[in-house]
Design a binder for this molecule. Structure first.
Ligand code: AMP
Ligand code: MG
Length: 353
């Protein structure tokens, strides 16, 4: 299959967008930018389109897709009952990087929800995403537009690397703004529960709803608790080289990473280091990338996945990353980084956590 590349980095091209809408309505797949990461879209109400999404990504078929809508009135048809909490959250955060889980209506095929009776819904804020949803019939199922297991795509070139020849079109809207996937909150539980941390933090949700909890399965260090979002149990974002996170006091972290990079070089390897603007110049004898600045944490979430992809291309033998416990996004950034590291965390002062 030839994949059409639609350049909409400057503005939305109405003809190409109309064509993209026709592709979705006739059961095809279009990758498109959102404010979080690029999505791989198909008609959410068409079971065959959902099957194609799983096939193109190599995604396990019990890992449900998020349904994207462009207007609040679209929610009625796909969910059975809209709880008051949903209206409050939608007023506060839609369109935006928040996904809510509802009991689904019969209109949504089980192929889209990975066999579940619940459905995940989000209204993105990116103008190209909203236009594609409108033109594509109002309901677009879209997981991240990467090969399953690889870092999520934050640029159209990442989508091209993974899916060229497997999908009908890629809409290039330039680099995304946030860079990590949406916050997922489950509204089918008695207490609204965060199943995946994202840009919309627990504190932001609590400021609207009062009582909100984190899924205990998110901690990942206790086998007694399994994550409730099916997707959270899979190996994710894994770079080809082993990735190790170094925690601790800033000066100690720098010295420990620097000495680990020297050890890697001494044994014939080459380390990749994920640092920040504040200390990138400290490191030598390694390939060093700054994720961004600790003064503006969204710069870190925005660049993290593309650095992981770049280290794959550069074939580093090992990756060391500083930890990023920043105020609003720290929980979400560290959730992705810890998954990418397969839970390999050491403390700069010695030992592992
Ligand atoms: P992705 O779009 O690739 O970020 O993946 C969608 C995420 O949403 C996965 O982690 C899914 O497990 C989660 N998800 C989608 N639908 C549901 C649902 N009905 N219940 C719980 N989690 C869901
Ligand atoms: Mg994904």
């Amino acid at each position: 299959m030839e994949t059409i590349l639609a350049d909409m980095t400057k503005s939305i091209d109405p003809d190409l967008m109309a064509h993209a809408g026709r592709i979705i309505r006739s059961g095809g797949l279009v990758a498109f930018p959102t404010e979080t990461v690029y999505g791989l879209g198909g008609d959410a109400l068409d079971p065959d389109a959902s099957r194609k999404i799983y096939a193109a990504k190599g995604r396990p078929c019990d890992n449900p897709l998020i349904v994207h809508i462009a207007q609040m009135s679209a929610l009625d048809a796909i969910v059975s009952g809209i709880p008051a909490a949903a209206s409050a959250l939608a007023d506060a955060f839609w369109p935006g990087p928040l996904t809510m889980i509802f009991h689904k209506s019969d209109l949504v095929p089980k192929e889209t929800t990975g066999g579940l009776d619940t459905v995940a819904v989000r209204m993105p804020s990116h103008p190209a995403a909203l236009e594609l949803i409108r033109q594509g019939g109002g309901y677009i199922a879209a997981p991240s537009a990467n090969t399953s297991g690889r870092p999520s795509p934050t640029r159209a070139s990442h989508v091209y690397e993974d899916l060229n020849g497997k999908i009908d079109m890629i809409i290039d809207g330039g680099p995304v703004g946030i860079g990590i996937e949406s916050t997922i909150v489950d509204l089918t539980e008695e207490v609204p529960t965060v199943l995946r941390p994202g840009f919309i933090s627990l504190e932001m949700l609590r400021s609207v709803l009062g009582n909100v909890r984190m899924d205990p399965g998110l901690r990942g260090d206790d086998p007694a608790f399994r994550p409730k979002a099916p997707g959270m149990k899979y190996r994710h974002y894994a770079p080809k080289a082993p990735l190790i996170i170094v925690e601790g006091e800033a000066d100690n972290v720098r010295s420990r990473i620097q000495s680990l990079a020297l050890e890697a070089e001494a044994s014939g390897g080459r380390a990749g280091i994920i640092a920040t603007d504040e200390d990138v110049s400290f490191y030598t004898n390694a390939i060093v990338r700054s994720a961004g600045t600790r003064e503006d944490e969204i710069t870190i979430s925005r660049r993290l996945f593309s650095i992981l992809r770049e280290f794959d291309d550069l074939q580093v033998s090992v990756i060391y990353s500083e930890a990023f416990h920043t105020p609003q996004l720290g929980t979400a950034i560290m959730n992705r980084l810890i998954k990418a590291a397969g839970h390999q965390i050491i403390t700069a002062e010695g030992g592992s956590t």
